[in-house]
Structures are given as C-alpha cells and as structure tokens.
Design a binder for this molecule. Sequence first.
Ligand code: FAD
Length: 370
Amino acid sequence: MSGSSQSDGSSVSAHPAAHPAAPEPVREVDCAIVGGGPGGLSAAVCLARMRRSVLVIDDRDGRSLWGQTNRNYLGFPDGIPAAEIRLAGRRQAAGYGTKFLSGRVAAAARDGEAFRLRVEPRVAVSGSETAGRSVNVIRDEDLGRSLGEETAVGRTEIVARTVILATGVRDDFPKFPGWAECVGRSLFWCIACDGYEAIDCVAAVIGHDEEAVETALDLLDFTAEVSIVAGRPEGFDVPDSRLADLANNGIRAYPQAVAEYANVNGQIEALALDDPARTRLPVQKVFVYRRPTPRNEIALELGVALNEFGHIVVDSGQHTNVQGLYAAGDVTSPHDHQVSAAVHEGNQAAAAANYHLYRPVQRAPGKEER
Ligand SMILES: Cc1cc2nc3c(=O)[nH]c(=O)nc-3n(C[C@H](O)[C@H](O)[C@H](O)COP(=O)(O)OP(=O)(O)OC[C@H]3O[C@@H](n4cnc5c(N)ncnc54)[C@H](O)[C@@H]3O)c2cc1C
C-alpha cells in the first residue's frame, strides 16, 4: 500500500480460515469501494488505473440487477441491459487489478487516518422477492468467481486508507405476486428512463402526491392514454386544483387502492381497483412514484452528512464532509439518478480519493485537497 505503486493486499484471504474460530486476518487496501454497481465500478476502473490497490465489496442487491434495459446510455444504439453494464464494468476493473469481495459491509469506523470495515456474508437472495433479477445475480456471481472474487464468511475486516460509498438506493415497488419480474419490463419509476417505451401505450401512474401528478402529466408527452391511481385507501393528497388539471388534460384519476396487478411473465396487463366493483383498468406500462430509500447505514456510522431524504451530501468532487471518504451514484444528492451520473460521479470520486492518497511531495505547495 503506497502512494505510487500498487499493492493488492492479496497475501491475506477472505475465505474461511483453516480453523473457523480463528479471526480472519485484516486486509489493507488503498481504497475500499462499497457497492459494485455502475458508480462503484466506474470508481474502481479509474483508481486501479492510477495503480491503487482497490477492493470492491458488493452484496448484489442493487438497482442495476433488475431486468431493465438502459436505452439512454451513450454508446449502445440498441440499448444495454443494466446487468450487462455491471458485467462489462467488472471485467474492465479486474483487468487493471481490482479485487472483489462478495459480502455486505455491516459496520464501519475510523481507524486512525484510515477506515475499518466489517464485512459479513451476503444475505442469500430468495425466490419471489428477487425472481426478476435472480438470473442477473447468478450471472454476476459466475463472472465474479471467474475473476477470483472472494466471499466473506464469518468475520472479515478491511482497513482502507480511503473509502468510496456507492451503495445506491432501494426502491419501494408495490409487492404483488410476480412483482419482481415486472420491474424494468412493465413496472417503472422514471420517465427519463422509460417514458419513451410508453409511447402510444396504455399507461398508469400509481401515487397520491404532487410528484405522482407531475409524472402523469409528463407521460402525456408520450401517450394520450394515461390514468392515475392513488394506490391507497386515503385517496389523493393534492389540492382539488391539481385534480382539475388532471381531468382537463384527459387523465382519469382513481382515488382507490390497487387490489390486484394482473401480470403474466413480467407484463402487467390490468389493474383491479379496490372498490366494490373491482374496477378493472387494462394497462401496458405502470409507473410508480414512491421515493426510494438510500442505503446510507455505513455513511451514518461514519458521521457523513445526509440531506433531508437521506442521500449523502457531496460537493462537485464527490467529497463528503469526512476526510478520505467519498460517495458516488444514486446514494448521493446532486444529480438525477441515472447510470451516466453514477459513472461520472464514480470517476470524480476516484480522482478525489487518488489525490488524498498522494504523498505530500506530489501536491503543489498550498494546494488544498478540495
Ligand atoms: C426499473 C429501473 C429502470 C431504470 N432505467 C434506467 C435507464 O433507462 N437509464 C439510466 O440511466 N438509469 C436507469 N435506472 C437507474 C439506474 O439503474 C441507477 O441510476 C444505477 O444503477 C445507479 O448505480 P449505483 O452504482 O449508484 O447503484 P446500484 O446500481 O444500485 O448499485 C449499488 C450496489 O451497492 C451494493 N451495496 C449497497 N450497500 C451495500 C453494503 N452495505 N455492502 C455491500 N454492498 C452494498 C448493492 O448491492 C448494489 O450492488 C433504472 C433503475 C430502475 C430500478
């Protein structure tokens, strides 16, 4: 581990020790990247190319493992499944010496000027909760194995001179039989991502607040067939004037909850409303507007500043308020949550971490870190 040459710390292993009771040796790296989605992998490629020892720790529970195809990411005229971006990014990062550890960072603390991370075994993905991404998870694991990824078992500790948090968010999609297969195929949250695919389709928005109303009105740029369903027994939580805006623009508004999302092989075909008549709305594309939950547990433990929605506050160089700690991707606050933004932020975070790792002589006299 030095400021100018790479040391990958591979003399120690995260595999089971010969005697299970013995604690794992501690591995030291220049940078531990928590999260192996587009944000974390972008950071890994950049830092590994700066000849830093880089360890990506990932528990395969991210947005980039759902079934969606990204069609707005530059360079892929036919679109590219998000899960493929991960595979390609992993191969690219490995080519420059990045190491991988499968597991969940469960705890973190300052260790002098460095950080100490405790990694626990990943919680196994299970049946219906993840049916829509189990194939992608398996492919991600297979590639990991072929690239020498280690698996956290028991107690694994990492000491890192810098840390990049690229932990993403968890979406709050409605849970119904078959829901996971629908995510990214007929169940979406973002018009910038998937509005185009709704052109001339029968679309419905599920949501009760202003953001849902805006989403419904924005969908009119793609299709004239738009409904909005409150999705809860309490109905809508917007002024009557906004309900009038919906009606005046040809959007049918239903204050009911949804009793059933009728779906086959990932395609939602109809919504049955929770009313005595079980009103049935045929649909092709469903957009749910519910604020996602940032995965900020590690950030909280390390005293990182968060905004009102729990996203990590960063500056344009992806510095957090904690020296040596950076953040990238959906877990941060400044940009729309897109693959392009995650990749950009990962790149920036890597540059900032690399600067932190420079020896004093490599910095211009008086030049601050940020
Ligand atoms: C249905 C859908 C469609 C989308 N369509 C598009 C689109 O068309 N275009 C577009 O640009 N974007 C799209 N997005 C958004 C895009 O997927 C995200 O912006 C992108 O994945 C963010 O990358 P990330 O690396 O920040 O987070 P993620 O991809 O979520 O990766 C975060 C990783 O961190 C891991 N992690 C979190 N916490 C821990 C921990 N404590 N320990 C270990 N690992 C941890 C997770 O398991 C995960 O693998 C879509 C998203 C969804 C859900």
